[in-house]
Design a protein around this ligand. Sequence first.
Ligand SMILES: Nc1ncnc2c1ncn2[C@@H]1O[C@H](COP(=O)(O)OP(=O)(O)O)[C@@H](O)[C@H]1O
Ligand SMILES: [Mg+2]
Length: 302
Amino acid sequence: MSVLEIENVTKDYGHGRGIFDVTFHVEEGEVFGFLGPNGAGKTTTIRHIMGFSKPQKGHTYVNGRDSWTEYYINQKEIGYLPGEIALPESLTGKQFIKMMAELRGITDLTHTEYLIKKFELEQNGGIKRMSLGMKRKLAVVTAFMHDPKVLVLDEPTSGLDPMMQDVFIEFIKEEKQRGKTILLSSHIFSEIDATCDRIAIIKDGRIVSNFVADDLRHKETKTIKLEFVQKNDYERFIKSMSASDVMDIVLEKPQHQQVKVEVTDAKINQFFAIIADYELKFMSEVPFTLEDYFMDFYDRNK
Ligand SMILES: Nc1ncnc2c1ncn2[C@@H]1O[C@H](COP(=O)(O)OP(=O)(O)O)[C@@H](O)[C@H]1O
Ligand SMILES: [Mg+2]
């Protein structure tokens, strides 16, 4: 049994909007990245997991319990940070924290104090006058004060300044170390790349890719950029390599005598043997990032 199970969930808002047949699982101790641009369906999916929204089709489960019918039990185990936060403006930060501690039946405030310190929350002022960043910090503290085993985070770093974004990423890593199960939605590649074990990409309400992050990090194909000193070398290379099974030419720039090629690791020695025959101005590997993969995906499927 997975900690979070999303099984064929559909919520059709009409005009092609909503989520369609969304399926993925988050295992215990895993950090799962849920990546997609604005409007892709991240929040809608998460609201189903939290039991705020009833699926038209399919089910979601938290530790085997249905999100919709067993909402109250599930809430106790999850720390949920919504994308858009709503806080009681008439209270001070301190009053809100006290209220949430009472609601959750927390008597030992050690973990709460730890979070306040970590996120540098100024809890004394009125919520109404807090900056957006400070409100988000308050939301973070009250979402995780009961030290939940499962964290569901909907674009958690939006509205935080860059330094606090780093603190938050460090917090996710620490929580992972402590064995937490984490679902992290984001449209920011770097934070997904820095934290996640598995990544699903959602586009127009549908999961279009679901993969182990390390498979992408250790991708077996390298992209290499070459520039030739001589124009006739460039032309000879293009001519003899266009039907080669050692490499694929992915980009030609005749005006600069440059090419970009893709070579699998298994053929890298053959590749070096071939290019030894040419005079090169430079050769460099183009690092492959999650962003490349994501953009490639979006472009290719347009
Ligand atoms: N309550 C709603 N009624 C109608 N359309 C909605 C509702 N909630 C979301 N949508 C639409 O569903 C799509 C997915 O939205 P959302 O899940 O918020 O995306 P994301 O969180 O990835 O930005 C969008 O096209 C959005 O406009
Ligand atoms: Mg959203």
